[in-house]
Design a protein around this ligand. Structure first.
Ligand code: ATP
Ligand code: ATP
Lengths: 226, 226
């Protein structure tokens, strides 16, 4: 992904542009609001105060050559759709477009874009899933029925070796990593403190400690049974 | 998490309330806009059209007894802050509060809440990270130097068994799962199609196929060397 164009520099567009630029991506940031363009110009490759619904403007900016175009315009649904259509017309290979209404989403589906971004809805369901899993500290979905989850080590594993538990055979889960706190003596001021150590290639002879946090992968039903 | 109160039913608050309710959580949904309350009442336990900045109202709704309160009010920063302060006063154990301005974020930090939600900023950086990793289909960060990533199987593994590769010793990575497409004969109409199969407890005798996608965990530098 060498060059990415972002249209609309509200909080979302601006955050996206800055995150991409900080990772070395060449970002072309467009907004018709001069102040927003001014705010971002030190962070991106090109910052342009212009109307993204004007085809000539887009051509002058070299939008035909970008790898990805992201329409981050919010309230002005028509401007967002028109910008999306122009990106398609100019042959931008990958287009992400934001939808703020159900109707806009349907139209974007009909136009055909790589990704429709529904900011509030996606955050709502993301935050719901972090709340719902109280025992599960974090969860990553791996397909319909599988996940990778971070959990406190089950008490039945404490004091046992990974190898004697036969997790793969008996519990049908795979240990991805073990997180444990280890003492860390601060030589500078002689203080003892604790730092978190992650081991993604745990030795089968490792014995589980009651404070361990383990990251496991498996079918959701098998994880539940732990 | 038995009972959760959501204040503000814009797109975010509404999505959060519905996602939680669909997972069996008891949701109390509050908004001063009757239409928004009407829209959600069939999905939640209690839907109340009232002002969340009124302490008496909150007490009448039993907010003192909820496990978590989420202030999802957007534009009205003052109302959001006031609602947050009331939740603290009422002793709600866990409070999530939305910040739409940097100033509001600072004030929320000073008040002290479990989580400050910056919707657009968090989505901006989340989407940036899915764009940035081109070889890596998906990445989950596991601490500063470790990740779980989904990648096409490296060509040097193709045709070899997991057991003969000694991934843990030699490559210092841990195989979390293997994704492969398997034929799926549709008995209904005799059609042959393909479905994706995820195996989170791969048999060490599994031989890698060139079309396999593997999910591995390890230090970022060791993953890069694959
Ligand atoms: N035709 C257009 N050309 C260029 N920029 C545009 C155009 N129409 C809208 N914008 C810009 O899109 C940006 C984001 O749109 P809007 O203000 O609707 O979003 P927002 O809801 O404030 O954004 P966010 O939710 O990301 O904070 C604004 O900065 C606006 O100036
Ligand atoms: N004092 C209040 N008491 C109850 N609800 C309130 C209060 N102030 C604002 N709200 C509600 O909060 C909701 C969300 O706020 P707002 O309209 O600012 O968000 P939005 O930016 O449209 O939301 P979203 O980004 O989630 O779509 C609105 O439905 C509004 O009626």
């Amino acid at each position: 992904m060498r060059q990415i164009a972002i249209f609309g520099l509200g909080s979302f567009g601006k955050a996206l542009a800055k995150s991409l630029a900080s990772e070395g991506v060449e970002v072309i940031a467009v907004d018709r609001d001069k102040d927003k363009v001014e705010d971002i110009k030190d962070y991106v490759t090109v910052a342009a105060a212009c109307d993204s619904t004007d085809e000539k403007t887009l051509k002058n900016l070299g939008i035909e050559n970008v790898d990805l175009g992201c329409v981050a315009i919010g309230e002005d649904v028509e401007a967002g759709l028109l910008t999306t259509i122009l990106l398609k017309k100019l042959g931008v290979p990958t287009i992400f477009s934001r939808a703020v209404t159900p109707m806009q989403k349907e139209i974007l589906k009909a136009i055909g874009v790589a990704r429709i971004i529904e900011i509030e809805e996606e955050m709502g369901s993301e935050i719901a899933s972090t709340i719902i899993a109280p025992k599960i500290l974090k969860r990553v979905t791996l397909g319909e029925n599988h996940s990778i989850v971070e959990i406190k080590v089950p008490s039945k594993f404490v004091g046992k070796r990974i190898s004697e538990l036969e997790l793969r055979k008996k519990n049908k889960i795979n240990i991805v990593a073990i997180k444990r706190n280890v003492p860390d003596i601060d030589k500078a001021n002689g203080g003892r403190k604790v730092k978190e150590e992650i081991n993604t290639v745990p030795d089968p002879e490792t014995i589980f400690d009651e404070d361990d946090i383990i990251i496991v992968a498996g079918k959701n039903s098998d994880i539940k049974n732990l």
